[in-house]
Design a protein around this ligand. Structure first.
Ligand code: CP
Ligand code: NVA
Length: 308
């Protein structure tokens, strides 16, 4: 049994195996209706709890569909409906849920909730986003990059804007998949030093830039995310918008990147804020492949968690 809590705590060979398996499973399903069962049914007779303490479209639907394609069943639970939201301890919740279900995916606020759940659960726990990381997203992103442009190893990935949870998982992935990482944004929104230091300690070429045009030169992949994350106070909204405006991904910025550079965004996006519609809907954008690949990548993650 394996937990999938973060990219840096998962063995690089295992990560590579998941990406490859995800692509194989995707190819095998091509053109079939979405509810067609996979030829292999590794989750047959398995029950998976999907817990959401924050909103979600992609994570919710892709996990639910993925489990069903692999022959399992799901229950989608909102954090506020559980006793967890009314004072029952995380440890007790973990012990109880482990008696009913075979795997737990959770989207929560504090990373400590995820960690405590994993510590006390006797079934695999998957990180579906915390305030600090979003590893499932980056598995889909690596898969999507490689599907379009080949191995990500040695490529230059440029993160624009807020050094948030998705950015942190990209930094983790840079160490495991061996790509270069540039962050460009205002100093007050830099990724936490812990993430930068860890990546550097693994030999990643990490660059912190303030000038967007300069940062994107030679980029193989340009990435944006919302300027205000779900855990950010709405009172910081105006300040964040003012700080982040110079880092909008638009046609001018994309023109500084390599000719075959891709654009990614985990979605949901705020059109004309962090990215223009011309880029989102333009030829470099792979955002909807990225969204689709959440499904395939997470199916491989779940199989790995269950040793199947
Ligand atoms: N990218 C992502 O995790 O989307 P949702 O918030 O819709 O799950
Ligand atoms: N950084 C965003 C990602 C949403 C998928 C958030 O945490 O709200």
């Amino acid at each position: 049994m394996n937990h999938f809590l973060d990219i840096h705590t998962t063995d690089p060979e295992a990560l590579r195996g998941m990406i490859d398996q995800a692509q194989t499973m995707k190819d095998a399903r091509a053109g079939q209706p979405k509810a067609t069962p996979d030829a292999e049914q590794p989750l047959k007779n398995h029950m998976v709890a999907l817990i959401f303490e924050k909103p979600s479209t992609r994570t919710r639907v892709s996990f639910d569909v993925g489990v069903r394609q692999m022959g399992g069943q799901t229950m989608v639970l909102s954090g506020t409906d559980l006793q967890l939201g009314h004072g029952e301890s995380i440890a007790d919740t973990a012990r109880v849920l482990s008696r009913y279900v075979d795997m737990i995916m959770i989207r929560t606020f504090e990373e400590s909730v995820l960690q405590e759940l994993a510590e006390y659960a006797s079934v695999p726990v998957i990180n579906g986003l915390t305030n600090r990381t979003h590893p499932c997203q980056i598995m889909a992103d690596v898969m999507t990059y490689e599907e379009h442009n080949g191995p990500i190893k040695g490529k230059k990935v440029v993160w624009t804007g807020d050094g948030n949870n998705v950015c942190a998982s990209f930094l983790h992935a840079a160490g495991q998949f061996e790509f270069d990482f540039t962050f460009v944004g205002p100093p007050s929104l830099d990724p936490e030093a812990e993430f930068i230091d860890l990546a550097r300690s693994k030999g990643v070429n990490v660059t912190i830039e303030r000038d967007a045009d300069k940062a994107v030169q030679g980029a193989d992949l340009v990435v944006a995310d919302t300027w205000v994350s779900m855990h950010d106070s709405q009172s910081t909204r105006q300040r964040r918008h003012n700080l982040l405006k110079p880092y909008q991904v638009n046609d001018h910025l994309m023109a500084q990147a390599k000719d075959d550079a891709l654009f990614m965004h985990c979605l949901p996006a705020h059109r004309e804020e962090e990215v223009t519609s011309s880029v989102m809907d333009g030829p470099r954008s792979v955002i909807f492949d990225e969204a689709e690949n959440r499904l395939h990548a997470q199916k491989a993650v779940m199989r790995w968690c269950l040793g199947k």
